[in-house]
Design a protein around this ligand. Structure first.
Ligand SMILES: NC(=O)c1ccc[n+]([C@@H]2O[C@H](COP(=O)([O-])OP(=O)(O)OC[C@H]3O[C@@H](n4cnc5c(N)ncnc54)[C@H](OP(=O)(O)O)[C@@H]3O)[C@@H](O)[C@H]2O)c1
Length: 276
């Protein structure tokens, strides 16, 4: 990682921040990104205090201008781009019927365009360095998740993107990570079905990986130029069953439909403004 320059989108908190810290600790120079400047700057200061070289670029990667600004800032400051981690993402919950149209639009914008735009903006520079592009997908990108259709659809779209890009750009390392349940940043927000931004409640009773574990796996993917990784034990089972018996996965989801629905629609709402 020494001497390499890594852009990590959506790295002011959560998994992105852990990836930035991990790559930075291994010697990479980091470009942090997110939309909220105050959070981004405090993350930058935290990493710098740990001896990591990092700059903060506030931009919305779901817009082409925001993605261009991010790549340009990285080049202006460091003169090269070796690694792009497309981590910025948004989540929701709720049935297709209950979900507001603007929530679908928003998730498409952030999860799909917010991956394609930074990739396109950084592509010539990554190619020049025979660099790496990592796409952060989810177990929901392996098989359609009920009551989370749009999130699943956007994460599945990243599989197609990785396949297309790999053939178009043979000199580039293109990796996709299907991330499993991960401990959430306490400040993590999701869109409720009606479009309201709410805090995601703590998921009890589910075995979760830490963001640091996820980050270490992502670094190894880059070092070994791996194409694809499925994370977590449940993830390995899901990927296996989905490959050999996808009907079984659908059957299990159908059998557990009521509990998945209750978990999604009946989950408590912690509206952002109510928590300050
Ligand atoms: N947590 C899990 O269990 C899990 C499981 C599987 C996959 N994943 C995937 O892992 C990634 C990170 O998840 P996370 O839980 O760490 O998320 P998170 O805690 O909600 O953090 C999201 C980060 O992305 C930034 N962001 C959001 N929209 C953006 C945009 N349009 N432009 C630039 N930055 C943006 C946020 O900052 P601002 O709001 O200030 O912009 C924040 O820094 C996502 O792609 C998610 O789908 C997570």
């Amino acid at each position: 990682m020494k001497g390499k320059v890594a852009i990590v989108t959506g790295s002011s908190m959560g998994i992105g921040k852990a990836i930035a810290r991990d790559l930075g600790s291994a010697g990479a120079r980091i470009v942090l990104n997110g939309r909220t400047l105050s959070r981004l700057e405090s993350t930058r200061d935290e990493l710098r205090a740990e001896g990591i070289e990092a700059i903060a670029v506030a931009s919305d990667v779901s817009s082409w201008e925001g993605a261009q600004a991010l790549a340009e800032a990285a080049l202006a400051h460091y003169g090269q781009i070796d690694i792009l981690i497309n981590n910025a993402g948004a989540s929701t919950r709720g049935s297709i019927e209950a979900t507001a149209p603007e929530v679908f639009q928003n998730l498409l914008n952030v999860n799909v365009l917010g991956t394609i735009f930074p990739t396109k903006a950084a592509l010539p520079h990554l190619r020049a360095r025979r660099g790496s592009v990592i796409l952060i997908s989810s177990l929901a990108g392996i098989h359609g998740l009920p009551f989370n259709a749009i999130y699943s659809s956007t994460k599945m779209a990243l599989t197609a993107l990785s396949q297309s890009l790999r053939v178009e750009e043979p000199d580039l390392h293109v990796g996709i990570a299907y991330v499993g349940f991960t401990e959430n940043d306490p400040k993590k927000e999701i869109f409720d079905a009606d479009g309201q931004r709410i805090y995601l409640e703590k998921r009890e009773g589910i075995r979760k990986q830490s963001p640091e574990q996820v980050a270490a796996i992502i670094r190894r993917m880059i070092e070994r130029r791996q194409k694809s990784r499925v994370l977590s034990v449940p993830g390995h089972f899901l990927a296996l069953f989905n490959r050999i018996a996808p009907g079984l996965v659908s059957f299990l989801y159908t059998r557990n439909r009521a509990s998945i629905k209750a978990n999604s629609e009946g989950a408590p709402r912690y509206v952002k403004s109510a928590q300050g």
